[in-house]
Each structure stands twice: as C-alpha cells, then as structure tokens.
Design a protein. Sequence first.
Length: 598
Amino acid sequence: MDDNDLLHRLRRLREQAVDFSEEHPDRGNIHPNHVLSAQNLLHYLALRSHELRDVQLALIERGLSSLGILEAHTLATLNSVIAALECLHGCTPSVAPIAPIHVTESQQLLEQASCSLFGKRPNQREARIMVTMPTEAADGHKLLSDLLEAGMDVMRINCAHDNADTWQQMIGNLRLAESQTHTLCKTQLDLAGPKLRTGALGAAGRVLKLKPVRDLFGQVQTPARVWLIPPGDDAVIHDIPSLTVSGDVLAETRIGDSILLNDTREANRELTIVAEHQHARLVETNQTIYLVEDTPLFFMRNGDKLGKGRLTDVHEVTLPLVLQCGDYLTLTRENKPGSSSPARIHCTLEQAFDVVQAGQPVWLDDGKIGGIVEHNDGAEILVRITQTPPGGAKLRAEKGINFPDTIFELPALTAKDLADLETMAGKVDMVALSFVRSPQDVADLQQHFQRLGIPETGIILKIENRAAFENLPAILLTAMRSPHIGVMIARGDLAVEVGFERLSEVQEEILWLCEAAHIPVIWATQILEGMAKKGAPSRAEVSDAAMSIRAECAMLNKGPNIVETVRFLDGILQRMGNHYHKRRLMMRPLSVCRNAGL
C-alpha cells in the first residue's frame, strides 16, 4: 500500500467516525459527565466496524503508531497518525477535526469516573478491590475491620442471599469498622435479577454423621464433636453442630459423664461430656456414629444411670443429584422438591417452559454440567446430559441454569429487585443491575432511580449473557444518561452464554468498549477462588488475578480465607500496577536487565 492509498484510507476512516458521532440519535441524551466520552465511544465504534489489519501493517512499516491502543482517544490518535504520515509524504498537514479527548484527558476522565464509583485510589495501586460479603459480616465489625486493613475498597452485598435486615446490619458494621480503621469504603448492592436456578431437592432423611479426623495410620487426631442442648435452645456454639435432647436430663450432667446409644447400624457407641455452657453440653467421640431422630440416649456416671433422653430436631439431609454423560434430567415447571430416581428438579423461571426448544443446549451450575434439550411439553423439559467432569457431577439446589441459544423476553428488574431497591435506596453508593439484556433494562432502572429520588446513585451494568454483550454499545450509551456508571464483566455466566472458548475474546472486547467510553470496569468471578476457599491459589489463578490490573476494580467472592486473599491480591495489584496501565506497557527499570552487566 503506497502513501497515497494509506492517507486516503485513514482520512476516510476519520471522516466516517466524525459523521457517525454527529449523526447518532443518542448523542443528545448524554449526561454532561459523559458528553466527550460518548463522542469518543462513537468514533471508536465507527472505526472498529472496518477491517484495519492491512492499514496497521502499513503504518508499522513506516515507523508510525499501529492504532493498537487508541480506545480512549480515538480521533486524537487518528489525527496524529495522519499528520505524521502527511509530513513523511511531504504534504502540508491537513486541517484536522477537533478531537474531543486527548491522551492525558482520557486518563483524567477515567480516573474521575473510577473515584466517583469506587472511592479514592489507594496509595500503592490503581485497581480497587471489591469483596462479596458473607452472612457473618452482619454479626459484628471484626471481619470488616480486618478486610479494610487488608485492602478492601468496596463492599459488595448480593441480594440473591440473606435479607434487607442483614444487609443493613452489614452496612452498619462497615461504618463501625471504618471509624476504627480510619478507612473509607464504598458499598455496592447487587440486585438478584431473573436468574434461572434449580429448585429445592427432597430430603433423604434426618441424620447426622459424627466422624473423627484420623491420621495416615488410623489414629484419631481430632475427635468428632456435637453440642447437646435442651428444648427451646437453638443456639449453635462455635460453629459445632447441635442436637436437641428431650427432657431435663442435661441439667443433671457434668463434665466426664458418658452417654450410651445404638446408632443406625445397631452399633454400640459412647459419647463423653467435655464442656458445659449453661445447660448445653459439648460431647465428643473417637468413633464414627450415625445419629437419627428419636435415638435413645442413656446418661451414665461412674457406671450408674443418670437418666434417659431422646434426640429431636435432627437436621434433614438433602443429597445432590448425581449425573453422568448419557443420563436424563427433567426440569419441571411445577415447584416441587426434586428427586434422584429418575432425576428431576424444578426450574425457577416459568418462561423457559414457553420458549425453550428441542435441540437447544443447556448448562447447569456455571457450566459444570452440559446437556441438550430433547423435549419440552410446556410442563417438563427433558435434558440429555452430554458433558460432566470425569466421574460425573453433583447437581444441588439453587444452582444456575443457562440456555445460551434461547431468547427470553423478560425485564431485568423483578418484583423482588424493586422491593429490595426501595428498601435500600439511599443506603448504598451503587446498584448493580443483573442480567441486563437491552438498553430498555437500563432505562427502566434509571426511571426507578428518579422515582426514588436517588439519581446520583451509581449504576453497575453486569454483562453476563450473550444479549448484553451483543447490545453493549447501545446499553452503554443509554447508561451514559446517568452521572455515575460502571461495568462488571461477570465471567462465570458470560462464559457459559458465549462459550468458554470465546470468553477471552469477549472480555477483551468489553474492556475495549468501556475504555473508549471511559467507563470503569469490574473484573469479576472466581478471582483467587481457590485461595479464598481452601487457603492456597493455583498458578492459573495467580495469572488471572494479575490480568485484573486491566480493570479499575477486581472482585473477590467470599470464603473462609478471604482476609488473606485480599492481602494477597493487594500485593499482586501493587506489583502489576508498576508495569501496566490498561493495555499499555509502562517501562519502569527491570532488575533482571540491571543484573545483565549493563
């Protein structure tokens, strides 16, 4: 490609970008915070509608910018490249259209937007850390203080779990933690949305298995323990299970007394009282015991009988459905507990039974189980299982269901979402809209914000299905009618919807579009999940966590090791922040190069 052809192509691309921006119908509805950013987004959309790889190669051959990093300042970059090429060609630089955004201004706009949503940037890193709250965050402020000291910047409350009273207790505990740690933290409320989930499973029975922990040689390392409590006392003490004992016999016992019983296998077993708490007794055993409702207990002291009681309120045990490739699973419209023979479970979204068609794929539990719809009669959907992990998969209640090829015409806001929004209005800094599919979903939320008098509350768009990705430009432009907006890349559901093999490509495109619009991004789903749950990350998780530096915020899910995980992620983001700003490599001195003898 000669210089004349290259110049003609670039000038034509610039002309089309400017025309597209000036003629776009949504341009006049943008909030003042985003007017320049919306222009830049439109310029970028116009540019990326063309095949540009031959242009890029021609520019590289001439030692010019390849247009590879122009998202945040599209027209300014085009103007600079055209001017440089004109000078190389010996032409007088043409009069360039005024660019709305230049490099420095683009960085400032994104930083301002990030601060408005996620708070002031931490001292040692650019990306913020968001943490999903466990129910225990409502019990006191100790966990929240630890999280703030470890590096948490945003508290995430998931409306799919707990209730409004619990959420408000979490926020109250956060305020106490902030005052103790002298740290500020933003709050995000995730609306549950119309997620398809599995229903309840039928109980297999009431039984509690007590099993001590043994070493390699079968020696007991930790005895099995359970609290025995009198009727009317429902406290669970120190996270150890509890069982109710009928009668008044517990009050007569003391440490050292024993309890004799026959378990479900007619095996003679013995428990020993090792601690007291009012009338509750902590018992332990070195034997494996299966306890069921109405098991007789004989309380003994030094061989003498103290009294007798019976176990009551033994918790029901629900077993998961075990599925293998080739098995069949029936999804039912009727809301009844599921069963295993044959495998049946309720699907919570009634509309699925109206629109799902035979031959369409279905994924369950975040893509762990895959299948093909064999038949849908409006009451039941028969699924043939085609994909599971080796050895099969276990399907439990409240797990996600995805029909990636099925179009659902339903609003993103449910009746529950509206009730939760009204209860929590004004109490959180931002609200995340789940399962957004169209610009109208965003407009609906904006109308409710106006009705509730909270137009300044931030809006987070959760991109977690194929429709949201395909409609993303229009969704972003509609969202830009509000003053404070962000995007969450919900990679779990999104991977199932678009296909795991496309996830990397899709999340890149989302990042590009959001950077063009100067909209902050939350990198979400399973970041360091192994560490949060089990205490140690995998190598792949560490690499994935490092990639979150591309976003303005990284989200962690709850887990027993969440404080240590926040601290670990904080260190990763600090180190990676010295090397990258978005996709741009920042060339700080490298110690490995200094050690090369230079």
